[in-house]
Design a protein around this ligand. Structure first.
Ligand code: PMP
Length: 423
């Protein structure tokens, strides 16, 4: 892979050209949301100033243009994750995508939807398996589904080093397992989970696999069909795209058999006062007017990532992660979460500073223009598992440089003395 010229790429990101608190902005919070290049803003601007109209159904020229742009965006984003356009459902983000899946399975359990949906019906005592590392978005929808159906939610444990315990997973995933939901990359640990192994365990017992690809989609090439997962979600705003847009990928046979979650306009065949027929996927899952501009913006974002080259992006960020680790690991009183030797990672590290609350550390860094995330990062159970309530998370994207990493390491090395913590 060719080397990424992050210094040049940064010129495409207007927001990165500023000073914060008298220092050049060091943005290391892309795990929460990424910055957006001007190409994405331009794509939305062009749509809104030239072609804006509601898609499908329109008899006029702008409606046809908007429909073409919207469906081209779907093809572009589907291709980015190795899928075909009919396998990509627009959502407002990963949270909606995961709720959509959980509620659709709940509807199948109620006997709603296509006859084939019976394959998703849950019985009391059936098991849903998640992991101890999940973001709340890939945890609470399953808690709710379990509560509504009488299914039991179980969790693959994480080891002290941050890797999932695959032996425990092999014990947990059994005859009663109907769903296995897990993240490709934890938004706290930054470790790439062994998708193939987990998918193999699930397939052996015929369980549905649901992958949370939020933290991998912006950072590595994904071929979701080749990975063998049944369903997967990602968020546009974490991958250089706009807010309010995301994707749900599904294997065709799975999407075809899944009942809808939200209902209303644009997802129906015929409607009477008493009942309605539903369109095939993806329209079945896209009730109401869709975020057309954001979809077009997301297509521009993935095109931007592809122009940079996903293997170059990945290599660049892995290098930044290594540089970050080398700098942080020797600072007294800094504990990295998930520092598993040899683990495959993205450019993200969470750490705790002995004797200093994460929020204080975050403010100290902000005073030097360094933007990081502090708290439990919507993964409270995982923090509890590691015996802490909060951590500091530094997460990189393709526009970060060695200078950013060095500024972080330099500032972190001063935290404990600033707060008067003894060595
Ligand atoms: N899963 C993971 C791993 C995440 O990092 C996030 C965002 N923090 C989400 C799900 C939820 O994404 P969104 O808030 O964009 O719906």
């Amino acid at each position: 892979s060719t080397t990424l010229d992050a210094v040049r790429l940064r010129e495409d990101f207007p927001i990165l050209q500023q000073e914060v608190n008298g220092h050049p902005l060091v943005y290391l919070d892309s795990g929460a949301t990424s910055q957006k290049p001007r190409q994405v803003l331009q794509a939305e601007y062009d749509f809104l100033t030239r072609s804006n109209a509601a898609v499908h159904r329109g008899a006029h020229t702008l409606a046809a243009e908007a429909t073409d742009l919207f469906e081209d965006a779907r093809s572009t984003v589907a291709r980015f994750v190795g899928a075909r356009e009919e396998q990509l459902v627009w959502t407002s983000g990963a949270t909606l995508g995961l709720n959509l899946v959980a509620y659709s399975i709940g509807n199948a359990t109620l006997g709603r939807g296509a006859p084939a949906s019976a394959r998703f019906a849950l019985q009391p005592g059936d098991e849903i398996v998640a992991t101890e590392t999940e973001h709340h978005a890939n945890l609470i929808p399953w808690q709710e589904l379990a509560a509504r159906t009488g299914a039991v939610l179980r969790h693959i444990p994480v080891q002290d080093d941050g890797r999932l315990d695959l032996d425990a997973a092999a014990q947990l995933i059994g005859e009663r397992t109907r769903i296995v939901a897990f993240s490709h990359v934890s938004n706290v640990l930054g470790i790439v989970n062994p998708v193939a192994e987990i998918v193999a365990l699930a397939q052996k017992v015929g369980a549905l696999t649901v992958l949370d690809a939020c933290q991998s989609a912006p950072h590595m090439r994904l071929d979701l069909p080749a990975m063998g997962v049944d369903l997967a979600v990602f968020s546009g705003h974490k991958m250089l795209g706009p807010y309010g847009i995301g994707g749900l990928y599904g294997r065709s046979d799975v999407l075809e058999a899944l009942p809808p979650f939200l209902t209303g306009g644009s997802m129906i065949t015929t409607v009477t006062l008493d009942e309605a027929g539903y369109l095939p996927p993806p329209q079945r899952f896209e009730a109401g007017t869709q975020p057309i501009g954001p979809a077009i913006g997301l297509a521009a974002a993935v095109s931007y990532l592809e122009n940079a080259g996903m293997s170059s992006v990945h290599a660049h960020e892995v290098r930044l992660a290594e540089r970050m680790r080398e700098g942080l690991v020797d600072i007294p009183g800094i504990r990295l979460l998930g520092d598993a030797p040899g683990a495959e990672r993205v450019g993200l590290w969470s750490f705790v500073v002995d004797g200093v609350h994460a929020h204080d550390a975050g403010q100290f860094l902000d005073a030097q223009g360094i933007a990081v995330r502090v708290g439990h990062h919507c993964a409270a159970p995982l923090h509890r598992r590691f015996g802490v309530t909060a951590s500091v998370r530094a997460s990189a994207a393709l526009y970060n440089t060695d200078t950013d990493v060095d500024a972080l390491v330099d500032a972190v090395s001063g935290i404990r003395s600033y707060f008067g913590v003894n060595e």
